[in-house]
Design a protein around this ligand. Structure first.
Ligand code: SR1
Ligand code: MG
Length: 423
């Protein structure tokens, strides 16, 4: 019987000794550990991430820590998130082949996943800050969302399997708790870990915290997030969870995966494109970013169009689950009934994604976990101007989501707010 070793965090120094006998890793990068080069590159909020290069290749070793890296050991966090990440990645690969890194090895006890080293990919958020226009992201991410969200739901799965999977991911309690608090509640009161660009945004922050309609809407969205176990979500699908080259797009980091509303992933993702849009004027040292702003709005339009088209295609060709079953519609010759139901489902996703997007914008400016789009704007006044515009936009989305009918309407709103001189 092999003895289970207690968890121990890896370091650049210990990794070769600790993993030198791991067959999956040595098959990829070579056995001669004296030739291994190890770098710790984790810049996320939670985990250790190592790139290990050997004679014959390279791999990524991602290890969870028993606490939140961003905050330190005063905030413990279960290692089990690595288990959920591993299981989410396997499901995403099955449902949207080629969209996530290949997994070589998973060690539950050490909370580590050895996976494909994506190179020359970079984090999408970084590319957007640099002003790079990636031609394929809208198509790739739109397809990923439609396929994973549709195929992980009762529209597609055998209900017994879905319920078993729902039970498995229901245990991802602590990561859900982070989202429930950090995204939906903390931005709207004086929560301990909040921060914002101060004093520039103090007045606006006070206004938002006193905004009854906004707070009610944020809680309705939290209710939806907590109670609508519709599909297996990525759970943290922002531009920092996506790696890109000009040709390729891969989604990473699904440790927040759990069963929730489809609109959550779509809303969080689009929010990050809109935040990038509002941050561009903070990155114009080397020239105007008008073309980049236009590109980002086009990406939003195309992502939503690709999502709708693929989701509709799957609805018509793969709807084999217990919801909206074909025996009620197509099998009776009622094709129109199936289309009417599809319209309703897409409309709910639309309305809810706007709300989730608005809240995501707020939490990235008012809560604990900010994003580099704004954070890398060194001039605090300029940063605050960008952030204030995004906050106003986010409020509009969250509060008026039932009255907004098209993506063009949202992009027009973003453009108008962006052009305002004073906020
Ligand atoms: C304490 S974790 C803060 C944030 O980082 C992750 O990437 C999630 O977005 C989470 O909300
Ligand atoms: Mg992450």
């Amino acid at each position: 019987m092999t003895q289970k070793l207690p968890f121990e965090a890896l370091s650049v120094e210990t990794l070769p000794t600790r993993l030198g006998a791991n067959d999956a890793l040595t098959a990829k990068i070579g056995k001669d550990t004296s030739r291994w080069k190890v770098r710790e590159v984790g810049d996320g909020n939670l985990n250790l991430v190592f790139i290990v290069e050997g004679e014959t290749g390279a791999a990524v070793v991602k290890q969870a820590l028993p606490y939140v890296r961003l905050v330190g050991d005063s905030w413990p966090l279960p290692l089990k998130r690595s288990f959920f990440e591993y299981h989410a990645l396997t499901r995403q690969e099955a449902r949207a082949p080629g969209s996530v890194p290949a997994i070589y090895h998973f060690d539950e006890g050490q909370a580590l996943i050895i996976m494909e080293y994506l190179s020359p990919h970079i984090i999408l958020r970084r590319a957007l800050i640099e002003g790079r226009q990636l031609p394929n992201i809208a198509r790739d991410i739109g397809l990923f969302m439609a396929r994973t969200l549709f195929r992980g739901s009762d529209l597609s799965m055998v209900t017994k399997d879905r319920k078993a999977d729902l039970a498995l991911f229901a245990d991802n309690v602590e990561l859900c708790d982070i989202t429930e608090n950090l995204v939906f509640s903390d931005p709207y009161f004086d929560a301990k870990m909040n921060r914002h660009t101060s004093p520039q945004l103090d007045g606006l922050v006070a206004e938002l915290r006193a905004d009854r309609d906004l707070k009610v809407e944020a809680q309705r969205l939290k209710h939806l997030f907590a109670a609508n176990a519709e599909t297996l979500l990525h759970g943290d699908l922002h531009s920092g969870s996506i790696m890109v080259t000009d040709q390729e797009t891969r989604m990473i980091d699904p440790e927040f995966a759990f069963y929730g509303p489809m609109a959550f992933d779509v809303g969080m993702l689009l929010a990050n494109f809109w935040m990038s849009f509002f941050s561009q004027s903070g990155h114009e040292q080397n020239g105007k970013r008008d073309a980049m702003r236009a590109y980002l709005l086009d990406v939003v339009v195309e992502t939503w169009a690709v999502f709708r088209t693929e989701f509709s295609h799957l609805w018509r060709t793969e709807r084999s689950g217990m919801l909206y079953q074909k025996s009620l519609f197509e099998d009776q010759g009622d094709l129109l009934g199936a289309e009417q139901a599809l319209d309703h489902v897409l409309h709910s996703i639309w309305t809810d994604l706007l709300g989730f997007a608005g809240i995501e914008v707020h939490r990235r400016i008012l809560g604990l976990a900010h994003n580099a789009d704004f954070e890398t704007i060194a001039d605090a006044d300029l940063r605050a101007t960008c952030e204030a515009k995004a906050l106003k936009f986010g409020r509009h989305l969250a509060v008026n989501r039932h009255q907004i009918h098209s993506i063009d309407e949202v992009n027009t709103l973003a453009t108008l707010i962006e052009r305002e001189n004073s906020i």
